[in-house]
Design a protein around this ligand. Structure first.
Ligand code: NAD
Length: 361
């Protein structure tokens, strides 16, 4: 098999610490699966600003374009907070999404049985939650024109953002929704506000049209306000959720909190020729450099990379299972540690997952 190239963009803060563990896991799986993987690092975020003056240097973008997949850490931190907007580390990630046309963001939220008590919700509500939120990432309210602010002579003002979607943009994210649902429990909830918004009416029409190509997937339309309530009242009723950018932004964070710690949440951004995988959390400046960050979100993101970019779904399942077994044995990083837990550091947690992968080969 041809060598597959992985661009590694560790970024700032705990980014490099957790990404290093994800790469360890990818190397182990590659060896076991007989796949040749080549890793190349590039700068992004604050460290790229320090070295080159730009959050996404052309060299990094070029490496990403040529790669089969991107393993991303996280970007930002107090050191760069005062920079002008276009130099902020976060621009590096936004530019990458835009340049690579990564219009679909996938965020699984699955409860781990042994961590249920770190959820803010009752065990009886969250137990068994296993859902995927798919958020449209490049359209809608965050990008729509016109936008701006108009100042009035009397001191008042009027601000405008526009929620706009073309049928093409809706169709392509709907297809991602159906394709993902098809690989899960074949249940898709499409979120909109069709009782009020014209954009949502088009969204619903297009989703219905696309549904005809997926007769094996059960489609439900749900209003965003109802979806938000149901997510905390009955999260287990959902399997795959697809939503436009703003609704998806809010709902994916709401779903995230169901499972407890930020250190456990992976994500994938798909769409263009190359996909990007990253933990949901940020750079955690409060714990950066201490070797105590939880690498599981990054490791599970590596699992998504195996599944969606390298078509190694069985090995992705092995990664998930290895993480579960390490947790079952009582090992925890500090953020998810409870009394009686065997608290380990970032590198040790990565090593434990690798050990489990080797034991299951
Ligand atoms: P954060 O996710 O970095 O941290 C929030 C809290 O969760 C902190 O207490 C942190 O210690 C903890 N935490 C996060 N990840 C953890 C892990 N893997 N293990 C253990 N604990 C973990 O969010 P924040 O504090 O709001 O942001 C810090 C910086 O990160 C900011 O500059 C922000 O802009 C940036 N950020 C970047 C991304 C990204 O690159 N995608 C996402 C969110 C925030």
């Amino acid at each position: 098999m041809a060598t597959r190239r992985i661009a590694v963009l560790p970024g700032d803060g705990i980014g490099p610490e957790v990404t290093g563990e994800a790469v360890k896991v990818l190397k182990t799986v590659a060896r076991q699966a007989g796949v040749a993987l080549e890793f190349e690092d590039a700068l992004v975020g604050g460290c790229a600003v320090d070295a080159t003056g730009e959050p996404l240097p052309a060299k990094s973008l070029d490496l990403c374009r040529k790669a089969d997949a991107i393993m991303f850490g996280s970007v930002g931190g107090p050191k760069w907070d005062g920079l002008p907007q276009e130099q902020k580390p976060e621009r590096g990630l936004l530019a990458l999404r835009k340049e690579l046309d990564l219009y679909a963001n996938l965020r699984p939220a699955k409860t781990f049985p042994m961590l249920i008590d770190s959820s803010p919700l009752k065990r009886s509500v969250v137990e068994g939650t296993d859902l995927m939120v798919i958020r449209e990432l490049t359209g809608g309210l965050y990008f729509g024109e016109p936008r701006g602010i108009e100042k009035f002579a009397d001191g008042g003002a009027r601000a405008i953002n526009t929620m706009a979607y073309t049928s093409r943009e809706i169709e392509r994210i709907a297809r991602v929704g159906f394709d993902v649902a098809r690989k899960r429990k074949k249940k898709l909830a499409s979120v909109d506000k069709a009782n009020v918004l014209i954009v949502s009416q088009l969204w619903r029409d297009v989703v219905n049209r696309v549904a005809q190509d997926y007769p094996d997937v059960t489609l439900e339309h749900i209003l965003v306000d109802n979806c938000s309530m149901e997510l905390v009242a009955r999260p287990t009723r959902f399997d795959t959720i697809v939503a436009e950018n703003t609704f998806g932004d809010i709902l994916s964070d709401e779903a995230a909190i169901l499972v407890g710690s930020l250190g456990m949440l992976p994500s994938a951004s798909l769409g263009g020729a190359v996909a990007l995988y990253e933990p949901v959390h940020g750079t955690a400046p409060d714990i950066a450099g201490k070797g105590i960050a939880n690498p599981i979100a990054a490791i599970l993101s590596a699992g998504m990379l195996l599944k969606y970019s390298l078509d190694l779904g069985t090995h992705a399942d092995r990664v998930d299972a290895a993480v579960l077994r390490v947790l079952e044995q009582g090992y925890r990083t500090r953020d998810i540690g409870a009394s009686g837990a065997k608290v380990v550091g970032t590198g040790e947690m990565g090593d434990l997952v690798v050990k489990e992968l080797e034991a299951s080969a």
